[in-house]
Design a protein around this ligand. Structure first.
Ligand SMILES: *Cc1c(COP(=O)(O)O)cnc(C)c1O
Length: 208
């Protein structure tokens, strides 16, 4: 595991940060990776994020999965960053539970062209960001996206990059471009990713 992790870090340019997606792995593996120096971890279920944040309070826990409003409190209370914001009601629900400094938030954009996928459509992004800007407990720092499984991965990532460039004039702090997973992070990095989310390539395929 450590070797695979190190291998990714070695290949990553300095502007890009690795989020280790721990949703399928054990606490022991999280501990091992933390001891090796990994600080940023991702979870896709709010309850799991809460549990892990309680067990490992010194690590930074990134919420990367879909969110139902009734679980919003776990994100507001325990997340270091929220990657999957794409619904204003959920955003308001999360914001209610944010204490102290605003929660760093990425807007998830649907770049796959698949209608059943999560995310704000690129053409709806300006309005969504404007609505989000009224929620003071959330601080928009960029965009997140997932490529289609069988689509043109590079084109999806280029689209997210373009969306980011388009909004920068109005939102100069929205610099982050979070894209790329185990099977496509190398392409994402080539297309300008500033964060990648990698699970199975580090921890193996085991599903928990
Ligand atoms: C699970 C997950 C990942 C990591 O996927 P791998 O293919 O295991 O690297 C990345 N992003 C999101 C949103 C996920 O749910």
């Amino acid at each position: 595991m450590i070797q695979r992790w190190q291998h990714i870090l070695d290949a990553l340019p300095s502007q890009a940060k690795l989020i280790a997606v721990s949703k399928y792995t054990t606490d022991e593996n999280v501990q091992t990776l933390a001891e090796a120096g990994q600080v940023d971890f991702g979870e896709s279920k709010p309850q799991n994020l809460r549990d892990r944040a309680n067990k490992f309070p010194d690590l930074h826990w990134h919420m990367i999965g879909p969110l139902q409003k009734n679980k919003a409190k776990y994100v507001g209370k325990f997340a270091a960053m929220w990657h999957s914001c794409c619904d204003i009601e959920a955003a308001e629900a999360v914001a209610k539970h944010v204490k102290n400094k605003p929660l760093r938030t990425l807007v998830q954009v649907n770049i796959s062209g698949e209608s059943q996928k999560q995310g704000v459509l690129p053409q709806d992004l300006p309005l969504f960001l404007q609505q989000l800007s009224h929620i003071k407990q959330l601080h928009s720092i960029g965009l997140m996206g997932m490529a289609a499984k069988d689509g043109d991965t590079r084109a999806s990532f280029k689209l997210l990059h373009q969306c980011r460039d388009d909004i920068l004039r109005s939102y100069p702090s929205a610099l982050e471009l979070c894209m790329g997973m185990s099977n496509d992070w190398r392409i994402a990095v080539e297309e300008g990713a500033t964060m990648i989310r990698v699970g199975s390539e580090i921890f193996g395929q085991t599903k928990g």
